[in-house]
Design a protein around this ligand. Structure first.
Ligand code: PMT
Length: 413
């Protein structure tokens, strides 16, 4: 049986070495009954000629937005509407980045914007480029928009490296394309179940801030960033696009998360209030210094006196300022307390206009600052949830789930 009988498949080819496999791909899609049209980027033409693809597809190949003859024959909007399915193979890091940025700089990227058809990409690039955070963020963005990613495969690469990044074999691409038509409902359900936070932008502050006294000294605290980074990992694993604004920490940035490094509360405030514009969820886990020096000495201060006074002024309250924004994200604060935990936490929840606050007792040994474990009691205006002592990775998963439940409820009300 020809599974693709009568299906119109638009094959987008971008400029990677794997482009040499595309004539065979076109043939095999046609063997399954598909009508195949090819769109090439400028880069693709350095690897394979339009004439070859025209011959195997038996259709004119399109490669320019500005070609009057091609636009007369089948304009780009017509082409976008014609397709039942778009497969981009090979999909280079460059074309993936352009699509994720919403660009319409050539015919292929324009078609991706203009089509209502499902789109699959078959990445093909060097393994380091594949693992790069920028590429992974772009892939996360595309999957959150409903794009399907075929592969990539692992093995030896054209550049001599070994690892993930090879375009899948033609057989595999044809099988996966056929599955797009035979199992679309099941696939949609699987995707939804697998990634409950897909499409959500999470912004998380983590770690301490440092308030400079002079070029060599600063005021700070014991935050390690472990709690904030664990929340980032948990949210990312559930499909969220995660940005961490972090003070100075000695931690590896969680895979596929973007980290913005800052030092002072003022820097963290500037980044958080800018990035929160596009966030769905804001989690303020950083231990922000409440005060900074009113004047930072330009030179190292000398020990010329037995005593010394530092004049401190209040830092802006980051989480309160985010919560005061017109289009504020769902805003979660933390409360680090040593006594009367519920009383002080509920006070901060109300005073800072937060949706939720996670309180920890930082006077109890074995939890809180710079420990691998923690325990939280999470408060909303009318709910309370105890998350007992466990490691921060597990605790973060429970917290992220509680945030997600409350965030979804907030969207209904
Ligand atoms: O980093 P770890 O070593 O893993 O430790 C985790 C932690 C103990 C730091 C973490 O669990 C925690 O409690 N973080 C919040 C620490 C804190 O500063 O709490 P606070 O009660 O002083 O502040 C209340 C809230 O206001 C917090 O969300 C804080 O980020 C925010 N804040 C405070 C001051 C300020 N100028 N701007 C803020 O946004």
């Amino acid at each position: 049986m020809q599974i693709l009988q009568g299906k119109k498949i638009l094959l987008g080819i971008s400029g990677g070495i794997a482009a040499y496999k595309t004539p065979e791909l076109v043939r095999r899609l046609k063997d399954q009954g598909a009508d195949v049209r090819v769109v090439m980027t400028e880069g693709a033409k350095a690897f394979i000629t339009p004439l070859t693809l025209q011959a195997v597809s038996a259709n004119a190949v399109s490669d320019s937005l500005l070609d009057t003859q091609a636009e007369l024959a089948m304009g780009h909007i017509e082409l976008a509407k014609w397709a039942d399915f778009i497969l981009i193979a090979p999909a280079t890091a460059d074309i993936i980045a352009k699509i994720a940025a919403g660009m319409a700089s050539d015919l292929l990227t324009t078609l991706c914007l203009a089509t209502a058809a499902p789109i699959a990409i078959a990445p093909a690039m060097n393994q380091q480029m594949w693992h790069n955070r920028a590429t992974q963020n772009n892939i996360n963005t595309l999957t959150s928009w409903g794009y399907t990613v075929f592969g990539p495969g692992a093995g030896e690469q054209a550049c001599g490296d070994v690892g993930l990044g090879r375009m899948l074999e033609v057989d595999e691409l044809v099988t996966l394309t056929c599955q797009e038509f035979t199992q679309p409902i099941q696939k949609t359900q699987e995707k939804e179940q697998a990634k409950p936070l897909a499409g959500q932008q999470w912004l998380i502050t983590a770690g301490p801030t440092r308030e400079a006294i002079d070029p060599v000294r600063y005021i700070s605290n014991h935050s390690s960033g472990k709690m904030g980074f664990a929340i980032a990992t948990a949210a990312q694993e559930l499909g969220a696009n995660v940005t961490i604004i972090s003070g100075p920490v000695n931690l590896t940035t969680p895979e596929f998360c973007q980290k913005i490094a800052v030092n002072s509360a003022i820097e963290m405030h500037q980044q958080a209030t800018t990035l929160a514009e596009n966030a769905d969820i804001f989690v303020a886990c950083a231990a922000v210094a409440d005060y900074r020096l009113d004047t930072i000495a330009n030179e190292k201060i000398k020990k010329s006196h037995d005593t010394m006074r530092l004049n401190l002024i209040k830092n802006p309250d980051i989480v309160a300022d985010v919560a005061a924004m017109t289009n504020k994200p769902f805003t979660v604060g933390f409360a680090a307390e040593t006594q009367d935990v519920e009383h002080y936490a509920r006070g901060k929840l109300a005073r800072k206009n937060l949706d939720m606050i996670a309180a920890n007792n930082v006077a109890t040994s074995g939890q809180g600052f710079n420990s691998d474990d923690n325990a939280l009691t999470v408060y909303t205006a009318n709910d309370e949830k105890v998350l007992p002592l466990t490691n921060k990775a597990e605790l973060a998963k429970q917290l992220v789930q509680f945030i997600q439940d409350n965030y979804q409820n907030s969207l209904k009300s």
